[in-house]
Design a protein around this ligand. Structure first.
Ligand code: ZN
Length: 224
């Protein structure tokens, strides 16, 4: 049984600092380092853009997007204006690219956004955009390497958001350590989430609570 604080990003005692400012679940560190070493043999300098993220951090991202302080993208990665959308459509637009606080896979420490430092010049401004990982993008070699290296492999990593199922947009940079992540995923409880969001200082709270079942169905439990 995993404690709800770990599931929802309200504790960091299950994670450890792997690089300055970057944290992973203790049990994911060794498999991740193995993956980095394998990538290095293919000339790929695998780096973490993001690992563990707390509820508070995800909440800050959420509220900044609702306020328009941080941009929300449309299907093509272009900035989307939330003005004029109804509240539920605002929620859906944000959830395409940003997890619901309390329900991010990054809370678990099992999930990592990755890029290839060998593919870009020093000082490159990472966007984590679909284009970068496409056949024309700077990280196409990384994508191709992951396609072959993760297929039926023993590393334990997979990409939960590789295919668009109409919920979360494809995120070819998002890796998950399945042996552990599946345990977290199986223990998500909607009542815990409803209670947490109800007490949080989160924008669009009313619509999140009234439509939480559909939101969870579309964006949190996609049945990969
Ligand atoms: Zn991610």
């Amino acid at each position: 049984m995993i404690e709800t604080a770990q599931l929802t990003g309200r504790t960091d005692h299950h994670v450890t600092e792997i690089f300055p400012g970057h944290y992973l679940h203790r049990e994911v560190v060794a498999p991740y380092i193995q993956l980095v070493e394998r990538a290095a043999t293919a000339g790929i300098d695998l780096r973490m853009a993001s690992g563990y993220r707390s509820f508070e951090r995800q909440l800050a991202i959420w509220n900044a997007k609702v306020r328009g302080e941080q941009s929300v993208s449309d299907e093509y990665g272009r900035a989307l204006d939330l003005e004029g959308l109804n509240d539920l459509d605002k929620v859906f637009a944000i959830l395409r690219w940003s997890a619901l606080p309390g329900a991010s896979r990054h809370h678990w420490g099992t999930d990592i956004d990755i890029w290839d430092a060998a593919a870009v010049p020093a000082g490159y401004r990472l966007q984590l955009s679909p284009g970068e990982y496409s056949p024309e993008g700077v990280f196409h070699r990384l994508s191709a390497w992951l396609d072959t290296s993760l297929a039926g492999d023993q590393s334990g990593f997979f990409r939960p958001y590789l295919v668009d199922r109409g919920g979360v947009a494809p995120e070819p940079w998002h890796l998950s350590y399945r042996p552990l992540a599946d345990k977290y995923q199986a223990q998500i409880q909607i009542d815990v989430l409803r209670d947490l969001l109800g007490r949080a200082d989160i924008l669009l709270k009313d619509i999140l609570l009234s439509d939480l079942d559909e939101i969870i169905q579309r964006f949190v439990q996609p049945g990969y």
